[in-house]
Design a binder for this molecule. Sequence first.
Ligand code: SAM
Length: 280
Amino acid sequence: MSGIDDLPPLRQVIGDFGLSARKSLGQNFLLDLNLTARIARVPGDLSGCDVLEVGPGPGGLTRGLLASGARRVLAVEKDARCIPALQQIAKAYPGRLKVLHGDALEIDVGAHLSGEVRVVANLPYNIGTELLVRWLTPPEWPPFWRSLTLMFQREVAQRIVAEPGSKAYGRLAILAQWRSDVRIALSLPPEAFTPPPKVSSAVVHLTALPAPRFAADAAMLSRVVAMAFNQRRKMLRAALKGMGPDIEDHLTAAGISPTERAEQVPLEGFCALARSLHNR
Ligand code: SAM
């Protein structure tokens, strides 16, 4: 027994099902069920929610989510070895856990989720940023999710919550903060994981806003921000030359000095620039 449920401790699960961690799948497991229960509490009351979990592995966070009362959990796992361990959890929580075997970058989860959806995941680091960018840039807003509670390497977490003027400020901060509230909910040392990764980690909590903070066309904002930060040390009039010969006029119209660098421009400035460029 494990303290939060009647299932075996995770070390035993790993032994029983032969789940030795594979680096190629970004496998750094959380084996402390008190810790996974703490992460599961970050999004608040889950009793009325469907939760999407990417990469459940041996199921520590899955068990935290179910024990915290999540109405239903949809767990997408690429490693076939983990599926029987996850089925054991599904049996202990009848009708509340659905396990999909496959690649989270390819599976369409929409058909399996309904009502208020929250995403909670200890993501594999190799696909974490790609998944986050996809979730932040859906074809329509508000997105299918109400909140995202995601484990990242600490350096990535800092890029998500970064403010203008800091080295970490860039495309991720702007994409995330344009349409969500963001905060770092927990910081975790490498030893919290088995095996321990080389770097520290942090759980970021993002809550979708009903509408963007400032009006802008999503594709144009994404394009201009990517170009601006691609050459972040250059003055914006040079970094954004590719946007057209009249870029200085658009920068000025947006209230941005053409000699500023991307790092100094707040979210509102980038949105104004995207509007000016979109309307030309
Ligand atoms: N949630 C578990 C925990 O906290 O102990 C495991 C987290 S581990 C960092 C990442 C998990 O994602 C692994 O179980 C790995 O097999 C799985 N994974 C890796 N790539 C994936 C992908 N493309 N789609 C779905 N799962 C993936």
